[in-house]
Design a protein. Sequence first.
Length: 576
Amino acid sequence: MNRRRAGDSGGANPVPARDFVRQIVAEDVAAGRHGGRVVTRFPPEPNGYLHIGHAKSICLNFGVAAENGGRCHLRFDDTNPEKEEVEYVESIIRDVRWLGFDWGPHLYYASDYFERLYGYAVEMIRRGKAYVDSLSPGEIREYRGTLTEPGRESPYRWRPAAESLDLFARMRAGEFPDGAHVVRARIDMASPNLNMRDPTIYRIRRASHHRTGDAWCVYPMYDFAHCLSDSIEGITHSICTLEFEDHRPLYDWILDALGVDCRPRQVEFARLNLSRTVLSKRRLLELVEGGHVEGWDDPRMPTLSGLRRRGYTPEAIRDFCDRIGVAKTDSTVDIALLEHCLRDDLNRRAPRRMAVLRPLRLVIENYPEGKTEELDAVNNPEDPSSGTRKVPFSRVLYIERDDFRENPPKKYHRLAPGAEVRLRYGYLVRCTGFTKDGRTGEAAEIRCAYDPATRGGHAPDGRRTRGTIHWVSAAHAAAAEARLYDRLFTVDDPQGGGDGAGYKAFLNSASREVITGCLVEPSLASAPAGTRFQFERLGYFCADPDSSPARPVFNRTVPLRDSWGKIEKAHGQTGG
């Protein structure tokens, strides 16, 4: 399928296959709506860190704009000062840029428009489209009705406009406590859509705002601020997820009630649901605050900062978003596809290195003491231009503990008494003996003999050796720490299809394992944070921000085994 990734841009690239959102936009452009312009926006609320679900929306909004020669704004819908923080704003900006997108000069905040939004609310009251209600929050909920019963009109619904305007001005001046009054749109208390039953558009909140400080004590509700912010910015297509479908009538009603010039078109698509994951900022905040993870950037978290720290690449995430496509109905994507996209990317780009997580000492008895060789090792067999590197080889090595068995099972092709294996990039060695730890009974040291004629791992006599194992030189290896991460939850749907209150019962207690005393190639000691490698036979790893030359720390990004790749081969799938 000839399909350009949503994150890419540039007129020379092929046009991506059109999903229904892109089809709608294309039809609007062809019909000359909005003067043929395409202006989208990504409008996060700064009340948490972005997660992989947001990446789908980011790729779609920025991608649609780029494909049509338009622009995409980054706008913070910062209308709830009680939950918003500068930390979240900074993290969102950092994550969107890391993902590969640029909004140019078009960075906005709903708080930029507070004065205009207040004026819009005043105008709605003047036009008889809104009123100040003095019911308590509990009474408003009671009067609202249910899905099967219509709501009841508030006794303040027909309050004269002049009285409502006076009360609204006094609300702004700070005369009333939180909850004393709200401004509500006057629509239809019998509407089958609960969002249209005189929704609140302004409320009192005595909370300091991260940008406006204490200048305001009344704040617009999200539904009111969102559609008007879109209109103010000249947005042509308000692309959002399906939970806002029932809000679309209110979106349009507010714009109609005020007669604004710019009327964006709201289009809804299915949000991303990922197996073994929760993608709710509220749930993720609970995990952080409850100490179940070590912060928003914990490598087990589905946040973009957590994925970045774990070693994910923006290219892999964009590829994933492109493969899952855009649909009208909700579904759950297997997390194995996300991991497959990452492996596919890292396999092509990540340099190979040797590391031993659980070291077992190996002595080559017939290798000269004090001698060191430098062997040529391939940096990446998938990228011939990556060249080779030198790795030191000596008489005493360390191998992976799992690469030796005193009593090997059937089809075990690694070291065992009398068995011969190939040392990666080195020589063929045969096990001549071993010693045990008297306390644990485990192997403590392996004794081997090497064949000097097999440098590079090739035997001149043509004998075949099925096993190849990795190693590091004892005299040269750097001590390191490895953090092995697994999926955060033990079941595909931790929220069980309900409200998800019991999701914590499915937390994976084995999702993080820290291994100290690992040994790695000497060059890895100075690897900058964020550098990704394939540790041969072990998986893909990334240098953690905690890493230093004195204490290198590597996070396992993903193991080598690719369950999704096997599914693709079995069914002849190619993604998309």
